[in-house]
Design a protein. Structure first.
Length: 661
C-alpha cells in the first residue's frame, strides 16, 4: 500500500477514544493462593464504572459476580483489597467498606461488623485460616488529622475486630511468616512518606486455638528491625521462609534487598556491595511487590535500570545475583506461585500489560514466560504492531554541573503515513508530566500516548528531577524545590527536542499532567509563559496552602518537604509557588479537568484557578466530572476527557481533527 503524506496532527487513526476506553480493562493486582497456587488477578473495568473484579487468571472465571467491587479507599488511593488462602477469597467491598469472604459455589459473606467509619485493606491470613490481619482506617472523626490507622486482627468466626498495633501514623504490608510464628509490617510517621523514612517491625505471634470458646491471636515483643524516620526508607516485606524476612532498604542510596534472620534477630543487606539500581519504587497505592521467593534461598526481583525493569535471580546466602533475559520493560506485582515459579504483570513497548507466569531455571540467565490469560491491560481491539510508536529513552545533561534529566520520546508513527505533506514541518508535541510527584513514567505501551502519536503528534514523558527509579538522591532533588526544578526540566526537555534535536515544533508544544503533574503544568504555564502553546491540568493543584489544609491524611504533610516548610513558617514561598496567585502570567489557553469527589485535590483547587483566569479575560475551559475522584474510572468520562483534550489542542493550534480510519 502506498503511504500518504498529510500535515502532522491530522493523520487518520483507528485508535479512537471510544475503542481505548469503552472496551478497555486494566489489571491492577495479581493474587496467588499460597496453598493451592491458584493465580487470580484484579481487573478494573471502566465500562462498569471502574468496578474491580476478581478473576481466576487462567480460566477468566469471575469469583463473585455482578454487584461486588473489590476495592478499598484506605489512604485515599487504596490498593491491596484482595487476598487468597486455601481456595477462599477475602476482599474489601467498596460500597460498604466491609470485608467479605467467598469460595467456589458460595455467595460473599461479611466477616466484619457493619461500621461505615471503618475501612480495611492489605490482608494477611494466619495459617490457621481463622484470623486475618489488616490495616484498619477509622474515620469516626473524619477530619484528616483525626483519622486513626492501626493494624487489626479479624476473627473470621466471630467477626470480632481487635487492635494489635497502634501509635504510628500509618501501617502497611502486614505479613505472617509461613509457620505463623511471626508477623512483620511496615510503619511510618508524619511528615514522611514511606519511601522517605519508615520502619519494618517484627513481632512474635501468640495463637491459642483452644482458649475459651474461641481461638485467640495476639502479638508480643514487637520491635523495629530496619529503617529510620526521615532518612531511611524500607519497603515491601515478604517472607522467603520461616527464617528469613526480605524487604528493600535505601540506606545505600538505592533500594536494595535486605534480609532479616529470625534466629539471629538481625537485618543486613543481601548484596556484599550495594547495587546502584532500585529494587523497589514508591507507590501511593498499597500492596505492591517487586520481589518474591523462588525457594528458601533464592529470590526473584525486578529492578530498574535506565528507566526499564530488569529481572534478577538472587541467592540470599551468598548475595550473588544473575540477570535474567527479560522481554518486559515494566514488571509489577511479583508473586510466588510455587518452587521456581512466579507470576507478575509484564508490559512490553509494543504489547499491553498482561499476567505472566515466569519459570526460572536453577542456573543460567534463562527464564520461561507464559501468558496466563488472554486478558490484557488495554483495549480489546487488536491494532497492528506497526501502528505503535516505540519509546526513545534519552538522558540530558543539565548545566552547570551536568546533572542528568531522564526523558522518553515517542515520535509520530502511523503505517499509513510517510510524514508531512508540508515541507519542513515538524510535528506538534505533548509534554507529559507524571503525577506523584515521586513517581515515574514507564516505557511500556500506553494507548493514550498512541492516540496522539498515531495522529502525527510527538509525545515526551519527562522523568524530572524528583522522579523515582534513579536512586534516592534523584528523588531528593525536588525537596524544597517543587514548582521550580520540575518546571525547569519540562521546559528544558521541550527545548532539547525542538532546538537541539529538531524533532518537534517549538510553537506547537503543549504541556499536560494529572495531580502533581497538573500542578507542574500550571506552574510551567505561569513561570514559563512562552514555552508552551496550551496546557491541560487534570485534577492539579493551584493553591499549595489550601492543599496543606484540605487533603487526605496520607499526604497531609507531604507538601512540607516538597516546598521546604509549613505554610505558617514560609507563607511567601507557598504564595510564590501557587499558580492561582500568578494566573495573570498565563498566556496559553488552559483546559482543566476535575472530579467532583476528589479528596486528594478537591474541586476548589480547580475552581479557584478558573475564576482567577476568567476574571482577567484569559481562555480557560473547565469540565467537572460528577462522581469521579482523583482520576477518572468511568469509561464515558475517560472518553470525554481524552476527546476533549485532543480537540482543545487542535482548536488552539488550528489543526483539523481527522476522523477515524
Amino acid at each position: 500500500m502506498t503511504k500518504m503524506l498529510a500535515p502532522y496532527g491530522t493523520w487518520c487513526s483507528p485508535v479512537t477514544a471510544d475503542v481505548i476506553t469503552q472496551k478497555c480493562t486494566t489489571v491492577v493486582d495479581v493474587i496467588v493462593d499460597p496453598i493451592s497456587s491458584t493465580v487470580y488477578n484484579l481487573e478494573a473495568r471502566p465500562s462498569e464504572g471502574g468496578r474491580c473484579v476478581v478473576l481466576k487468571t487462567e480460566s477468566g472465571e469471575d469469583v463473585f459476580g455482578e454487584g461486588w467491587n473489590a476495592r478499598s479507599s484506605v489512604q485515599g488511593y487504596g490498593g491491596a483489597a484482595v487476598v487468597a488462602y486455601s481456595d477462599t477469597i477475602y476482599f474489601s467491598h467498596l460500597t460498604d467498606a466491609r470485608v467479605y469472604r467467598v469460595s467456589a459455589g458460595t455467595k460473599p459473606e461479611p466477616i466484619t461488623p457493619e461500621n461505615a467509619n471503618h475501612c480495611f485493606t492489605d490482608f494477611t491470613v494466619h495459617p490457621s485460616g481463622i484470623f486475618l490481619v489488616a490495616i484498619l482506617e477509622d474515620h469516626t472523626n473524619p477530619s484528616p488529622p483525626d483519622i486513626i490507622t492501626t493494624l487489626c486482627v479479624i476473627n473470621t468466626q466471630t467477626k470480632v475486630v481487635s487492635t494489635i498495633a497502634s501509635g504510628a501514623d500509618f501501617y502497611a504490608a502486614p505479613r505472617f511468616s509461613p509457620d505463623g510464628q511471626y508477623i512483620a509490617w511496615q510503619q511510618w510517621y508524619h511528615p514522611d512518606m514511606p519511601w522517605e523514612g519508615s520502619e519494618i517491625h517484627v513481632a512474635k505471634v501468640a495463637y491459642e486455638p483452644e482458649k475459651g470458646s474461641h481461638p485467640t491471636l495476639t502479638v508480643t515483643n514487637a520491635r523495629c528491625i530496619a529503617g529510620r524516620p526521615g532518612t531511611v526508607g524500607v519497603m515491601y516485606p515478604f517472607w522467603a521462609s520461616k527464617e528469613h524476612l526480605i524487604f528493600t532498604c535505601d540506606e545505600s542510596g538505592y533500594q536494595n534487598p535486605w534480609s532479616y534472620s529470625v534466629s539471629s534477630d538481625a537485618a543486613k543487606p543481601i548484596f556484599p556491595v550495594p547495587v546502584q539500581e532500585d529494587f523497589s519504587e514508591p507507590s501511593s497505592t498499597l500492596g505492591h511487590s517487586t520481589g518474591t521467593a523462588l525457594d528458601d534461598q533464592t529470590l526473584l526481583y525486578s529492578a530498574i535500570r535506565d528507566g526499564r525493569s530488569m529481572l534478577y535471580r538472587i541467592d540470599i546466602g551468598t548475595g550473588s545475583k544473575e540477570g535474567l533475559q527479560c522481554p518486559f520493560v515494566h514488571v509489577s506485582w511479583v508473586r510466588r506461585v510455587s518452587a521456581g515459579t512466579a507470576a507478575f504483570v509484564g508490559a512490553k513497548t509494543t504489547e499491553p500489560a498482561r499476567v505472566v507466569r515466569c519459570t526460572v531455571a536453577p542456573t543460567g540467565p534463562s527464564a520461561t514466560f507464559t501468558d496466563l490469560s488472554s486478558t490484557t491491560s488495554g483495549p480489546s481491539a487488536q491494532f497492528p504492531r506497526s501502528l505503535v510508536s516505540e519509546p526513545r529513552p534519552m538522558t540530558l545533561q543539565l548545566p552547570p554541573n551536568n546533572e542528568p534529566l531522564h526523558i522518553v520520546f515517542y515520535p509520530p508513527n502511523n503505517p499509513n503515513y510517510d510524514g508531512s505533506s508540508t515541507e519542513g514541518e515538524r510535528p506538534p508535541c505533548v509534554v507529559n508530566v507524571h503525577g506523584g510527584p515521586t513517581s515515574r513514567s514507564v516505557p511500556a505501551l500506553d494507548w493514550m500516548k498512541q492516540y496522539f502519536t498515531s495522529r502525527g503528534w510527538g509525545w515526551v514523558d519527562v522523568n524530572f528531577r524528583g522522579s523515582s527509579g534513579y536512586g534516592r538522591k534523584y528523588i531528593e532533588k525536588l525537596e524544597g524545590k517543587w514548582g521550580v526544578v520540575d518546571v525547569q526540566d519540562c521546559v528544558r526537555a521541550a527545548e532539547h527536542l525542538a532546538s537541539t534535536l529538531q524533532l518537534i515544533d517549538p510553537k506547537r508544544t503543549v504541556i499536560r499532567g494529572g495531580s502533581g503533574g497538573g500542578y507542574t503544568t500550571l506552574a510551567a504555564l505561569c513561570g514559563a509563559p512562552d514555552a508552551f502553546a496550551a496546557g491541560t491540568s487534570l485534577f492539579g493543584i493551584s493553591d499549595l496552602s489550601k492543599l496543606a489544609e484540605d487533603t487526605h491524611k496520607f499526604e497531609l504533610r507531604r507538601i512540607e518537604k516538597l516546598i521546604g516548610g509549613r505554610p505558617a513558617d514560609i507563607p511567601d514561598v507557598y504564595r510564590e509557588r501557587s499558580p492561582v496567585f500568578h494566573a495573570d502570567m498565563i498566556k496559553a489557553p488552559l483546559l482543566i479537568l476535575q472530579g467532583s469527589e476528589d479528596k486528594a485535590v478537591p474541586p476548589s483547587q480547580a475552581e479557584s484557578m478558573v475564576e482567577t483566569i476568567r476574571k482577567r479575560g484569559g481562555r480557560v475551559e473547565y469540565i467537572l466530572f460528577d462522581g469521579e475522584g482523583h482520576g477518572f474510572r468511568k469509561a464515558e468520562n475517560q472518553k470525554k476527557a481524552l476527546e476533549k483534550e485532543l480537540g482543545f489542542y487542535c482548536d488552539v493550534l488550528g489543526i483539523k481533527v481527522a476522523e477515524a480510519a
